[in-house]
Structures are given as structure tokens and as C-alpha cells.
Design a protein around this ligand. Structure first.
Ligand SMILES: NC(=O)C1=CN([C@@H]2O[C@H](COP(=O)(O)OP(=O)(O)OC[C@H]3O[C@@H](n4cnc5c(N)ncnc54)[C@H](O)[C@@H]3O)[C@@H](O)[C@H]2O)C=CC1
Length: 505
């Protein structure tokens, strides 16, 4: 078996790691690309250096991976929930044991701070542990019918599921999708984003080491073409996708050809509403949490910050002071709180949003500029200073579109009724938040916000036990929580006659 990247990167620091191991995984091992001709460089965001080559899988490779997953599915789905749970708990244990190394590799490929990456890896093993716990609880129902007849339901897996991931949470997304899939008895073929190909294969190695049948969790590398092959493959029963709205629509359309089930976790432009009766200190902290995690590249970020007029001056003064104090730099250093954006095009796109906001009349209170850290090895990195925009209006591009970078847009409001209307005036509906000390108002606002999640007096808390997913064009289906079992399983009804057939003919 090829060496794991984790073994080849001892003492890794920013600017030193090169990944040479094959990044595909099926039939229980890393698989070299068939041909290298479409290889694309993958960059280390903190330095702009080439980290590895991503070689997309073609039709034959995708087919091999799916067939290998199907063979594993036939074995895995026959095991009891408790048997599956034991293997999954072992996988969770191994991840926990290697959390530092996995987190480091994630940072090197993604650019986020090590502090955040460690949290991501912890959430990953917790997700696997949580769904391992649920595997043994999967059960049907018994229904008594007339004349001694009865029916029962069996909760059965779907088969081979496909996971397609985004680049902002590479290892965590792979875990969020695979854990419930595997708990229910499915197999999964996962395609990471072409920009973050290096950690999903570590998860595949760990599942293998924990004892899943060969092929149960496969990784195929590639971009849109490989994703299309996965969505079109007749042996795939379900696609769970995380990414942008336009790609989500394509995934849904392609999956409809063979009536595959689909879960879509798409983008957002979530509102965070701060009332004058809030605890201001907590509201400011909440606004920072809502905007600046993972350099602002988070789908559920609360990027439209509505602040009641009376407290606007105090809010702005405090939020700007704290935003300016965020340590931006080498993401592998413990003291860093903001690393590099994912790519040069993403950085340019975000800076473009800031420029346009200024043209449309917004006031930059801080940040919004390219940043070159003093450490010379970081001079080619994709850094920018976190930005707070004031004097925003609902019709500005920065308030309407998902920026996916560290840019907070602040908007004033007068009344609850007015702010609810404005907050809901969007095609997105992933998340929302409210800060107030008035308990009735908090729940009334939560009930009236059109979004899959509402945070009261906090923001961006996503424990595995609670469902996560969107309203409106932010998608459908859920990840995490008990309900996700329903998105990775199907019910079979078995009707049992105990007497004679009462035929009408
Ligand atoms: N809501 C979220 O969590 C995310 C939102 N985004 C938004 O999307 C923008 C573009 O980022 P991308 O990574 O290009 O997002 P994307 O939506 O194009 O890509 C997400 C995943 O889908 C795959 N994919 C692309 N085209 C496909 C197709 N035709 N069929 C099947 N799979 C396909 C990609 O390879 C990747 O794995 C970002 O700037 C950001 O605004 C990006 C990532 C995550």
C-alpha cells in the first residue's frame, strides 16, 4: 500500500510539504491516476507554492470506484447496526489520535488557522461517533392489521451514495456525508473539491484501517467533469452535494435523469439581527464569529448584520476595534486567527466585491485590502485584511450576493417588523441570527426568519446533534442530527397475510 501522507510530513511547517502520494482511493488502496495529462496544480494558500498535482478521474476510473463501492455495500449492508458501529467507533478513535497531523495537512491545503482546523477535525470524529451510536438504533415499525395479518417496516440503505464536497471544510464535509451514509449501511464515493484534494484520502485510509470492507468509502479526484460522471452513473442511488447554487442546480438536474435522491447544501447570505436591548459585548463577538471564521468562506455566515439604529455607533466602534486586532498570518502558528483565502482568483473576487461596494456608496471602516505578512515565506500567499463595511443598503451587491470572504456588511434598522421583512428579502435561507435580551422577541424573530437555522444570542455553532440545512435556494435535505438518517435510508413495507387470500376475482 502507498504510504500515507501523514507519515511523510513529520515536523511539517508552512512552505515545506509536498504531497506525492496518489490521491484516489478505491478497492481498499490509494490508486494512481491512469493518465496524468489533465493534471492541475494545487496550491498552498499561505505561500502560493504548488503543494501537489490533482489529476481528475475519467469515466473508467469513476466506474471502477463505483463498482468497488457497490461490492463493499453488498457486504456492509448485511451487517447489523451494532457491527457497523464498532468499526465506525474505531475510525473515530483513529482520527482523534491523529488529529494534529490531519489538522496540519488541512491547514497546508486550505489556508485556515490551525486553531480552527483542529475544531474541524474534532467535529469530524464526533460526527462519526454520533452516527455510530445511531447505527444500532435503526429500526422499523410493526403494524397490526385485521385478521391477524400485520405489516412491518424495514429501514434499508440506499446503496452507493456520492458525496461532492467544497473546499472550505474538506475533511469535515467528507465526514458529515460519510458518517450517516455508512451508519445506514450505504457505501460512499466522495469527490473533494479539486482545490483541496489531500485529506479526504486520509479519511479513506482510516476507515480501511478501522475495518470497513474494501471499497466502502472511495475517493475520486476531479472537478466538474468527474462530478458529472458521478451524478450520471446509473449505479449511484443518491448525491449529497455541498457548494454553490449554480452547481447545485446542475447536480439536481443531472440526478433527475435516473431519479437519484439529492441533498443540497448551498450558499447563503444570512442575516444577523442585533437589537438595542442585546448584551452588546456578546453581540459584537457573535458578529465576528458570524463573519470571519475560515477567512469568511463559510456558507452559513451572517454577512448582513442589521443593527438597531440606537446602538449603531457603539457597535461599530467595538466591532472595528476587534476586527483590526485579528492576527492574520501563518495559519500553522497557534496565535494566528485568520489565515489565507483559498486561491488567488477567490482573493481577487473578494477584493472586487469590496471595490464595488465602495463604488455603490458603502464606507470601508477597516480592512478589505490585500495583505502581505512580514514573514518572507508568506509573500505569495492569498491574504487580505478582514473588512467591515458601513453605510450599506439592501440594494447593494455586497448585501445581496455571497462574497465568501472576510467582509461584513452592516445595515441600520428601526423596527422588528421592518428588519424581518428586509432580512427575509433574499432567495437564500441557510442561517440567521438574533441578539436580544427579550425572550419573547427572540423566539418570535426565530419563528419568522425564513432560514434553516436561527441562532439566538450566538452564531455559527454547529454541533453534530442538531440538523443543518437550508430553506429556499440554500438547498434541501439536512446534515447532522437524527433526521439525516432519513436522507440516507429508505423504508420497505412488508405486508404479511396470516389467513387466506380474499380475492375479488
Ligand atoms: N455554500 C458553500 O458551502 C460553498 C459555496 N461556494 C461558493 O461557490 C463559489 C465557487 O466555488 P467552487 O468551489 O467553484 O464551487 P462549486 O459549487 O463549483 O464546487 C463545489 C463542488 O462541486 C464540484 N462540481 C463543479 N461542477 C460540477 C458539476 N457540473 N457536476 C458535479 N460536480 C461539480 C466541484 O468540483 C466541487 O467539488 C465560491 O466562491 C463560493 O461563493 C463554494 C464552496 C462552498
Amino acid at each position: 500500500m502507498a504510504q500515507s501522507t501523514l507519515d511523510t510530513m513529520p515536523g511539517a511547517s508552512t512552505g515545506t510539504v509536498v504531497v506525492n502520494e496518489p490521491l484516489n482511493f478505491w478497492a481498499g488502496k490509494r490508486v494512481k491516476p491512469r493518465e496524468e495529462k489533465n493534471a492541475e496544480p494545487v496550491f498552498e494558500p499561505a505561500t502560493g507554492r504548488v503543494l501537489c498535482q490533482m489529476v481528475p478521474c475519467g469515466e473508467q476510473e469513476v466506474d471502477e470506484a463505483i463498482k468497488s463501492a457497490h461490492a463493499a455495500y453488498l457486504k456492509w449492508s448485511k451487517m447489523s447496526g451494532m457491527e457497523r458501529a464498532r468499526v465506525m467507533l474505531e475510525a473515530a478513535r483513529i482520527i482523534r489520535e491523529r488529529r494534529e497531523k490531519i489538522a496540519k495537512l488541512e491547514v497546508i491545503n486550505n489556508g485556515k488557522s490551525i486553531t480552527e482546523a483542529l475544531v474541524d477535525i474534532d467535529i469530524a470524529w464526533q460526527t462519526i461517533e454520533y452516527y455510530a451510536g445511531m447505527a444500532g438504533t435503526l429500526a422499523g415499525q410493526h403494524v397490526q392489521l385485521p385478521g391477524g395479518a400485520f405489516a412491518y417496516t424495514r429501514r434499508e440503505p440506499l446503496g452507493v451514495c456520492v458525496g461532492i464536497g467544497a473546499w472550505n471544510y474538506p475533511f469535515q464535509i467528507a465526514s458529515w456525508k460519510s458518517a450517516p451514509a455508512l451508519a445506514c449501511g450505504n457505501a460512499m464515493v466522495f469527490k473533494p473539491s479539486p482545490m483541496t484534494p489531500v485529506t479526504a484520502v486520509i479519511l479513506a485510509e482510516i476507515y480501511k484501517e478501522a475495518g470497513v470492507p474494501d471499497g466502502l468509502f472511495c475517493v475520486v479526484q476531479g472537478g466538474a467533469e468527474t462530478g458529472t460522471l458521478l451524478c450520471q452513473h446509473p449505479m449511484v442511488a443518491k448525491v449529497s452535494f455541498t457548494g454553490s447554487v449554480p452547481t447545485g442546480k446542475k447536480v439536481m438536474e443531472m440526478s433527475s435523469k435516473t431519479v437519484k435522491q439529492v441533498t443540497l447544501e448551498l450558499g447563503g447570505k444570512s442575516p444577523l439581527i442585533i437589537f438595542k436591548d442585546c448584551d452588546l459585548e456578546n453581540a459584537v463577538k457573535g458578529a465576528l464569529m458570524a463573519n470571519f471564521l475560515t477567512q469568511g468562506q463559510v456558507c452559513c455566515n451572517g454577512t448582513r448584520v442589521y443593527v438597531q439604529k440606537e446602538i449603531m455607533p457603539q457597535f461599530l466602534a467595538e466591532v472595528v476595534k476587534r476586527t483590526k486586532a485579528i492576527p492574520v498570518g501563518d495559519p500553522l502558528l497557534d496565535g494566528t486567527r485568520m489565515g489565507a483565502l483559498i486561491s488567488k482568483p477567490q482573493l481577487d473576487k473578494v477584493l472586487g466585491f469590496v471595490k464595488q461596494a465602495k463604488e455603490q456608496g458603502a464606507k470601508v471602516l477597516c480592512g478589505g485590502e490585500p495583505l502581505v505578512p512580514s514573514d518572507p515565506k508568506l509573500k505569495g500567499g492569498y491574504f487580505m485584511s478582514p473588512c467591515v463595511l458601513d453605510s450599506c443598503r439592501d440594494d447593494m451587491t455586497c448585501v445581496k450576493e455571497e462574497i465568501f470572504g472576510p467582509v461584513m456588511s452592516v445595515l441600520p434598522f428601526d423596527t422588528e417588523e421592518e428588519v424581518l421583512k428586509r432580512a427575509n428579502n433574499t432567495t437564500f435561507g441557510l442561517a440567521s441570527g438574533v441578539f436580544t435580551r427579550d425572550i419573547s422577541r427572540a423566539h418570535r424573530v426565530a419563528a419568522n426568519l425564513e432560514a434553516g437555522t436561527c441562532f439566538i444570542n450566538n452564531y455559527n455553532i454547529s454541533p453534530v446533534e442538531v440538523p443543518f440545512g437550508g430553506y429556499k435556494m440554500s438547498g434541501f435535505g439536512r446534515e447532522n442530527g437524527q433526521v439525516t438518517i432519513e436522507y440516507y435510508s429508505q423504508l420497505k413495507t412488508v405486508v404479511v397475510e396470516m389467513g387466506d387470500v380474499d380475492s375479488l376475482f
